[in-house]
Design a protein around this ligand. Structure first.
Ligand code: IFM
Length: 463
């Protein structure tokens, strides 16, 4: 690629509260659903939890120093819900708000735009007494949380993300039981997902009561391609697109839930979606000032007997590049997704709120982390963004997942997503070669920068 990214294009990195903060019993924080879930035997690979993680509740200044060292212009982080409303409803914990106010003010002093996520999955455990997101009451609880954070920070934060990845909350948390709160039931899942979207609408209305906030949700979007050109596989890919992408895109940015997927869900749960009340779709839509795009890979789909949906993931054929987690590296699908979104939802700017790869390198004895595959992933995906912009997509920024290696939910600490390596026993941070290369790209606002020097043969580094 040649050519520069637009002058006002935001380059940054992302994290979330539960994945980095630790300090669970500090400053009046309440218990979150993930604290409880992590105690379920076998729930977390390696048996760990996030009670220390990267220790960022205490080391937040170090993390902001890293952002400055990398020259990044934006930082996406989340506000721990159970730090602000420890009991789920009612009492607001001002010490939690004080913490995030310090973070925001320090970012602003350094010229780094805060991108603030409200719900990045760490709902207060107290709300599970009513079923968590299965209960419509969760929407009111989310409104209280939003109000508390907005009263403190809406006068200085421009970018707000109400919900992170509604599909993943619904799928892993309530359909498969692989994430907190560990429920495995289709009706519960589709109900929970609806309430997450409804809470976006309510949260957006609260935030729009202030002058600054631009409000969006961050969706995990997976382009769905047919495994073969048969009509059956093409239908399977379209069905899967409804399940993963359109079910969220359409009510948020279009008008109503897509009819084809509504029929699939009704068949799956054997009844009406009666929890979607008459005016709900109006309360979700028309309130997004931008769309947050979380993109990692694509899905390759084939037709299957309905169980409960008539499609299955078969993955790409042949020898394709994959991350350490086995996810196909598919930058062209990223470019096409961005172009599709701008075409289907004109007037809705896109912010890449997550994109990144698992690659497990640690410091070698030259003191560096030679994560050449993350560099290749980063470059190919930034190139895809650049191509999408050239083709007319309205992309305003790119926030890499993640600033730091961190607690990867039920996979524990094994997958490393960071631009910065974290030595968990000591908390020591080491900027990886990918972080340094990203900094060069950001400084030049272009991919036309030299690659990092390869490790010398005598370092013993293995790649
Ligand atoms: O770590 C997660 C993040 O919390 C949500 N999006 C996907 C990331 C990588 O799996």
């Amino acid at each position: 690629m040649t050519g520069r990214f637009p002058e006002d294009f935001l380059f940054g990195a992302s994290t979330s509260a539960h994945q980095i903060e630790g300090s669970h019993d500090v400053d009046g924080r309440g218990e979150s659903v993930w604290d409880v879930f992590a105690r379920t035997p076998g729930a977390i690979e390696g048996g760990g939890d996030a009670s220390v993680a990267t220790d960022s509740y205490r080391r937040w200044r170090d993390d902001i120093d890293l952002l400055s060292e990398l020259g990044l212009g934006a930082y996406r982080f989340s506000v721990g819900w159970s730090r602000i409303v420890p009991d789920g409803r009612g009492r607001v914990e001002t010490r939690g708000l004080d913490h995030y106010e310090r973070v925001v003010d320090t970012l602003l002093d350094r010229g780094i735009a805060p991108v603030l996520t409200l719900n990045h999955w760490d709902m207060p455990q107290a709300l599970m007494a009513d079923g968590g997101w299965i209960s419509r009451g969760a929407v009111d609880a989310f409104a209280e949380f939003t109000t508390a954070v907005a009263e403190r920070l809406a006068d200085r934060v421009d970018w707000w993300i109400t919900q992170n990845e509604p599909w993943i909350i619904q799928l892993l948390g309530y359909q498969l039981g692989l994430h907190a709160p560990g429920i495995a039931d289709h009706r519960s899942a589709v109900t929970a997902g609806h309430h997450v979207l409804l809470a976006h609408g309510v949260g957006a209305d609260i935030l729009h009561g202030y002058e600054r906030p631009k409000v969006g949700s961050a969706l995990s979007l997976f382009p769905c391609d047919p495994a073969t050109d048969t009509e059956a596989d093409r239908e399977a890919a379209w069905g899967s697109d409804g399940y993963v992408n359109r079910w969220y895109l359409e009510p948020l940015l279009g008008s109503v839930y897509p009819a084809d997927m509504r029929a699939h869900w009704e068949r799956a749960i054997g009844g009406d979606l009666d929890f979607i009340r008459d005016s709900d779709e109006q309360a979700i839509g028309g309130r997004s000032d931008f769309l947050g795009v979380n993109y990692y890979t694509r899905r390759v789909m084939a037709a299957a007997p309905a169980n409960p949906f008539p499609w299955r993931v078969v993955g790409p054929s042949g020898d394709v590049a994959r991350t350490d987690e086995g996810w196909e590296v598919a930058p062209d699908s990223f470019r096409d997704l961005l172009i599709r979104l701008s075409r289907d939802y004109p007037g809705v700017p896109l912010l890449i709120t997550e994109n990144g790869a698992v690659s497990g390198e640690s410091p070698t004895h030259d003191g560096r982390v030679h994560d050449v595959r993350r560099i290749a992933y980063l470059r190919s995906h930034l190139n895809a963004v650049h191509e999408a912009i050239a083709a007319g997509a309205d992309v305003r920024g790119y926030l890499h997942w993640s600033l730091l290696d961190n607690f990867e939910w039920s996979l524990g600490y094994r997958p490393r997503f960071g631009l910065v390596h974290v030595d968990y026993p000591t908390g020591r941070r080491t900027i990886k070669d990918s972080g340094r290369h990203y900094a060069d790209i950001v400084r030049a606002r272009s991919l036309d920068v030299p690659l990092p020097e390869a490790p010398s043969a005598d370092t013993g580094a293995v790649e």
